[in-house]
Design a protein around this ligand. Structure first.
Ligand SMILES: N[C@@H](CCC(=O)N[C@@H](CS)C(=O)NCC(=O)O)C(=O)O
Length: 213
């Protein structure tokens, strides 16, 4: 059976977890505690970068959440999480890329500040501006349709829709409604981190954020 290396507080792992559930792929959950287990020899043999998520499927090792999502889509195509129409494909790729390359890094100073780590005020302001530009782009798209690529649930939801709920959305009513729609799905409910789990992991989160370049 496919082995999925994860931790319940990891937004990167949650993407893969949601996709496994949406695609109804049988899998074994293997929890990697982020208090140092990620650097153990056993796990480093799976991902030398010491990061989750990772999967092992029939002896094939795949790391990096987006690569894992692409692999799952190719290996387990039904139900599909990718549209076939070129403009919809472009939209899904754009949303995934903006989320991972622009939005997620911009949330790091915000998270650092939330957990009480020092952040230079100008860096915090720049990050807030960047997040606001992206959320406004997303807000405009979701004002016109149910999901990012139209009326179909896709990998854009799996990637962006698992990160957006952690952000302040009071100025973005369409995004707020979107996160409420997604929160009703079984895959969201089964993978939602409990507040007490997050609370217990705060020292690890602080440590990880301190190590980020
Ligand atoms: N680019 C990677 C990022 C993975 C990542 O940063 N995972 C975090 C958890 S959300 C992690 O394992 N951190 C452990 C550490 O930094 O020590 C992906 O998309 O899979």
């Amino acid at each position: 059976m496919l082995k999925f290396y994860y931790n319940p507080i990891s937004v990167n792992a949650r993407r893969v977890w949601v996709a496994l559930l949406e695609k109804q792929i049988p899998f074994e959950l293997i929890r990697v505690n982020l208090d140092g287990d990620q650097f153990d020899d056993d796990f480093q043999a799976i991902n030398p970068l010491g990061r989750i998520p990772a999967i092992l499927d029939n002896g094939l090792r795949v790391v990096e959440s987006l690569a894992i999502l692409d692999y799952l889509e190719a290996k387990y195509p039904t139900p599909s999480l990718m549209p076939s129409e070129p403009s919809a494909i472009a939209m899904v790729s754009t949303i995934k890329t903006i989320t991972v390359v622009e939005l997620q890094p911009a949330t790091i100073p915000l998270s650092r500040s939330l957990v009480g780590l020092e952040v230079e005020p100008h860096k915090l302001e720049l990050a807030q501006q960047r997040v606001a530009i992206i959320l406004q782009m997303f807000e405009e798209l979701l004002g016109k349709q149910t999901y990012f690529a139209g009326e179909e649930f896709t990998l854009a939801e799996v990637v962006a829709g698992t990160l957006i709920p952690s952000l302040r959305l009071e100025n973005y009513p369409h995004l707020k409604a979107y996160t409420q729609r997604l929160a009703k799905r079984d895959s969201w409910q089964q993978t939602e981190a409990l507040p007490e789990t997050i609370e217990a992991a705060l020292p690890n989160i602080r440590e990880i954020l301190q190590r980020r370049f």
